[in-house]
Structures are given as C-alpha cells and as structure tokens.
Design a protein around this ligand. Structure first.
Ligand code: GLC
Length: 422
C-alpha cells in the first residue's frame, strides 16, 4: 500500500479511535462544558497534557477546529499562577481507579494533579496554525502557554542554567524509566523498592505542598531531564515563531532567547564525550544518569544539535544492533542495558512502563529529528517498521521491539501519530 492510501486508512482509524475515547459533559468544578479525547477508553479516562498535544497534532490532519478545541479544553485546567498540570480529572464523580484517586488526593488543587508533563502543547499549536492560519486561536492560547513557560523558568530552574528540573519521574512522561533509578541511587531490578521510592517522593512533594523551589532545594528528586527539556526548548521556539505571527515582537524575542540559552545548556551539560550520547542530569551536583534510553536520542529533535553530535547519536547508537536497532525500533531502553525488558514488566497487578518496549510518541520525536538533520533514509525505515507493527498488532499503547507484539491498552490515542509521519 502506498503512503497516501495508508494515510487515508489511518485517518479513518484515528477518527474511530478518537470518537470511541471522546469524553464530554458538564463540570460542576469549572462550571463549564468539557470535551476531550482520553488516551484510551478504559481507566485512562481523564485528560493528559502531552497526550492532548499528540491528539491535536493528529486531528490537525482532518479537523483543525476539533484540534483547537482539544487544546482549549486542556487549558481550562491551568492554575491561576500559570502552572499547567499533567492530568485534568474532568467529570464530577469520584476519581477512579485507585492510582488516579491517589494522584488527585496528593494534589493541592481540586481535580488536577500538582505535577506537570513535557510542555508539548505549543508544538501542537504550531502544527495546527500551519494548517489553518487562525490568528484568533493564537491570541487566545499563546498568552496561556507563555505563562506556563515562565512559571517553569521561575519555579523549576533554581541553578539558573535555563534547564528545567522535574520533581517526579511522572513529569518526564516516562514513568518507570530506569533513568530515575540513577536519580534514586539504586541500580537493581527491584520493582518493590522502586515503587517505595516513588511513593516516598510523592508524599514528600505533598508535604512541601508542591513548593518547587523548596523541593529542589532539598534535592531528594531534582532531574534536568532530556525529554522534558528538549520539548521545552522546541516549544519555546514554537512560541517565538507564533508570537511573531501576531506581531508580538518582544514576546517572540524573549522565547527565542530562552530556547537558545536552554539549548546551549542541554547540548553542553548533558553530552557525555566518552559515551558520545546525551544523559539526563540530576541533583545539585548535576551528575549524569548513565543509562541509555530513547530519551538519550530525543535531542535529535533540537534545531541546534551539532552535526557531530547528531552523527554520533545516529551511527553509534540508533543504528547499533546492540542498542536501539531492533526489528521494531526504537526500544525505550537500549538492548545492552541490564534493565532492558522487551516484554511487559508486570509488578503485581501494575505494569512497569518504559522498560524496553517501543512507543510511537517517542518514535515521532526521533523521526522528526532525523528528517530535520538529513537522515531521511533512516527515518523512512523506522516509519516502515512502525507501520508494520501497527498492521500486525493495531494501535496499542506500546510494542515488543523484537516481535512487534502489542501491549496494554488498545485503541491508544497517540499511536495514531503515525499519520503525521507519512
Ligand atoms: C502513562 C505514560 C504517560 C502518559 C499517560 C497517559 O502514564 O507514561 O506518558 O501521558 O500514561 O497516556
């Protein structure tokens, strides 16, 4: 099947998935109607920050007004101080299942978490704007997104290097990634201890009422993480470009400057000369979390990565059969890491996420980066293998990087991102 025919087929499928996962009603808390696409129909019934951005990117291919409403709906959950939380628990019923209940109870405001996620909304706004040039939409959403970026700079950058710190693994969007075991300071495959450590962090954050500066000062979890910062930098660039479109020159200059400074810091501080790869850095001493995961490749998405760095990422790591070049790339953890688990990682009744399987949203970042920096052939190969995986297993949450078998939720929203790559 040619790319156009595939794209038409996937558009139909995306429409069906989005309709199946569509949530709408009246929110007594916000005194307004809400309408959004949940990541999946069962359990994942709330609205997540970066999932919404990915859904909006897909929607922009067939319905820009629906794409805009997905973004606008999420922004109704923004806090008065500008902070954008990672989950908005729409609806009026008791928040369930148990993990959602706990996350909501730990928060300091009703019906949202007090954590955030990679700030991908501005990336989606840029994609939508390219399609329909709606300046009123920009005038509505840009100031809100700008406030969130400023909040991050003000509250999450205590060492003033323009890299944003996350205060919980969940804020990376890659919850149980082994990167955070380095931050935790234990390197074993001990899931019970991992969970204990995570819950301890949650309770401490709650005890300090999510006062980010205080939490970072205490230094029990302080990670200048690669995915979060790569998204922050490119999203700041999107803000700069879009502010220019509506004639807001000083805002455009401000965000351009931020993107540049943050990018310089990331490219310098997170690069490991010996291993020729990027690592997240953690604690006030800025130690490197030396475990190779797909996050180490995501700086390819940066406009300003050097040719030498990009070449090293692609040739030494992405294309290495010992690391990321599996039958169905890109595994979330490199094959030669002790944590690499291509299958599901069950832990009692919960599954540990991001321990080896391939996810389509991280493929999206790397593929866009490959295109940006002239590695078209490799981008094409990953797209082809991603399509094969989907043909074999459907739109699943994640996939076995060796067999292409699909795991966990079915009809998973952001897996339809493939159609933005065709
Ligand atoms: C999982 C993922 C996170 C995603 C959420 C909703 O927690 O790790 O990135 O946003 O599910 O799909």
């Amino acid at each position: 099947m040619g790319n156009n025919a595939l794209k038409t087929k996937y558009i139909q499928k995306a429409k069906a998935i989005f309709l199946a996962n569509l949530m709408q009603g009246y929110s007594a808390w916000k005194k307004t109607n809400y309408k959004y696409i949940a990541p999946a129909s069962k359990e994942y019934i709330y609205q997540w920050l970066w999932d919404s951005a990915f859904h909006a990117i897909v929607l922009s291919h067939f319905d820009t007004s629906w794409a805009k409403s997905e973004i606008r709906n999420f922004l109704m959950g923004q806090w008065p101080d500008g902070f954008i939380p990672h989950v908005v628990f729409w609806g009026n019923k008791k928040i369930l299942p148990h993990w959602a209940y706990i996350e909501s109870k730990l928060s300091i405001r009703p019906r949202t978490t007090a954590l955030t996620q990679p700030p991908a909304l501005a990336l989606a706004v840029e994609v939508i704007y390219e399609k329909d040039k709606d300046k009123d939409f920009l005038r509505d959403v840009l100031p809100k997104l700008a406030r969130h970026h400023r909040w991050l700079l003000e509250n999450r950058d205590i060492d003033k290097d323009n890299l944003i710190s996350i205060i919980s693994p969940n804020e990376s969007g890659m919850d149980e990634s082994p990167v955070f075991q380095f931050v935790a300071g234990f390197l074993a495959q001990d899931a019970a201890r991992l969970h204990y450590y995570y819950r301890r962090g949650d309770f401490l954050n709650h005890r300090f009422l999510f006062n980010s500066k205080l939490i970072l000062e205490k230094d029990y979890f302080n990670c200048e993480e690669l995915v979060f910062n790569t998204v922050f930098i490119q999203a700041s660039r999107s803000l700069a470009k879009l502010f220019l479109e509506i004639g807001e020159i000083s805002e455009a200059k401000f965000f351009d400057g931020i993107a540049q400074k943050s990018e310089n810091s990331l490219l310098e501080k997170c690069w490991d000369d010996k291993d020729q790869i990027f690592y997240s850095i953690f604690s006030k001493n800025e130690k490197k979390a030396k475990v190779k995961t797909v996050a180490s490749l995501i700086p390819l998405f940066l406009d300003g990565i050097s040719k030498t760095q990009a070449d090293a990422l692609v040739k030494k790591h992405l294309l290495s059969k010992n690391e990321f070049w599996t039958n169905f790339p890109i595994p979330s953890v490199a094959k030669n890491e002790i944590y690499y688990t291509p299958t599901e990682t069950p832990f009692y009744k919960v599954k540990l996420l991001w321990r080896g399987p391939t996810w389509i949203n991280t493929n999206w970042f790397v593929i866009k980066g490959l295109r940006k920096h002239g590695y078209d052939e490799i981008a094409d190969q990953i797209i082809e293998k991603t399509c094969q995986m989907i043909e074999k297993s459907g739109f699943r949450e994640y996939y076995n990087p060796e067999t292409g078998e699909g795991y966990r939720r079915s009809n998973f929203g952001w897996s339809t991102l493939i159609l933005d790559l065709l």
